[in-house]
Design a protein around this ligand. Structure first.
Ligand SMILES: [Zn+2]
Length: 330
């Protein structure tokens, strides 16, 4: 072998070694870049999670405030809760920093789900308290119209700046169509209560129920031009409105209203329904708007003023429920 070819061989070996070293260096560079990027992704994931947690805390605030309106003494409790929640938040962020990427993804999904629920509740909340006072009461009168009650009730409502809803029976409307028009003229809400008011007949099947309500709503439309979808089931939705009835009702676009205060005016004809109703209103522990069940009866008209007087002087806003109000159901 000549000296020249010997030298050439040496050079080739040096070249191979250099290329080898270069390849290893490039691989190491790729590896470290990859690790660095992976770290950044975990941090970004935690950032999202933190943001979601914050939304969750903010989302829960309106509920606390609603409770506070009902119970002013809980103000200091709320302050405590706020301090509590910020401490918790700090702990959570410390924990989050240590969590692995997979953990972060799973929790993120769960948190997003919870945030959706909170958001849905938040959106529902304003419908519960539409007035500025936060004390809204929905008066409802069933079974009318009644020639010895309707106009007297309308006059009293006018006097106390109150609006109400009337759920009527089709035969009674047929006998007194002008009274239905009076209700509409005075800005009250009108809805259907059926035809027979006989449980065996109206609840015979979902079809008979829908039929009675449609007959009644059609009559309202023909008489007043009002296309109402509001209904009240005779004797209330329990136990009669089973899932098949509810499905048939939903299919028609009916808005079914129950109540949470039963005045028992049909039984307490001597006027004792007034203190009985006031007592229930003051003891009410639920979070829905107050919906009072009354009836278009002469004895109710006789004593109604006492109730209207109480609500007015105690800052209640007596409004007519309508299609936009979230219905109260048992
Ligand atoms: Zn009834």
């Amino acid at each position: 072998m000549s000296r020249v070819s010997e030298r050439k061989r040496k050079m080739t070996r040096i070249g191979k070694v250099t290329i080898g070293i270069l390849v290893v260096l490039v691989m190491l560079l790729f590896y470290f870049t990859w690790e660095l990027l992976a770290d950044n992704r975990v941090e970004a994931g935690n950032g999202d999670k933190q943001k979601n947690k914050q939304e969750l805390v903010t989302g829960s605030k309106p509920n606390t405030e609603n409770q506070e309106e009902k119970n002013p003494s809980s103000k200091s409790e709320k302050l405590d809760k706020d301090t509590d929640s910020s401490t918790k938040q700090d702990e959570q962020s410390a924990k989050q920093a240590n969590k692995k990427k997979e953990d972060a993804e799973v929790e993120k999904n769960q948190t997003e789900h919870q945030t959706d629920q909170q958001q849905a509740e938040k959106e529902k909340a304003p419908a519960k308290e539409p007035s500025g006072t936060g004390k809204t009461i929905y008066l409802t009168f069933d079974d009318g119209p009644h020639p010895q009650a309707t106009d007297r009730i309308i006059q009293l409502l006018e006097q106390y700046n109150a609006k109400a809803a009337f759920f009527m029976l089709q035969p009674n409307m047929r006998n007194n169509p002008e009274l239905v028009q009076h209700m509409v003229d005075h800005g009250h809400t009108v809805g259907a209560h059926g035809v027979t008011h006989n449980a065996k007949k109206i609840y015979q099947s979902p079809q008979t129920f829908v039929q009675e309500m449609n007959t009644t709503l059609d009559f309202i439309k023909q008489t007043t031009g009002v296309a109402s979808k509001l209904i009240r089931a005779p004797y209330g939705s329990k136990p009669y409105i089973t899932p098949p009835f509810q499905a048939a009702s939903d299919q028609q676009g009916f808005i079914l209203w129950d109540w949470n205060i039963d005045s028992e005016d049909w039984k307490r004809t001597d006027g004792s329904f007034v203190p009985y109703t006031i007592q229930q209103v003051n003891q009410y522990q639920g979070h829905e708007s107050l919906v009072v069940l009354l009836h278009e009866r002469p004895t109710t008209a006789d004593h109604l003023e006492g109730l209207l007087q109480y609500f007015q002087s105690n800052g209640y806003d007596m409004q007519a429920l309508d299609a936009a109000t979230t219905p109260v159901q048992f």
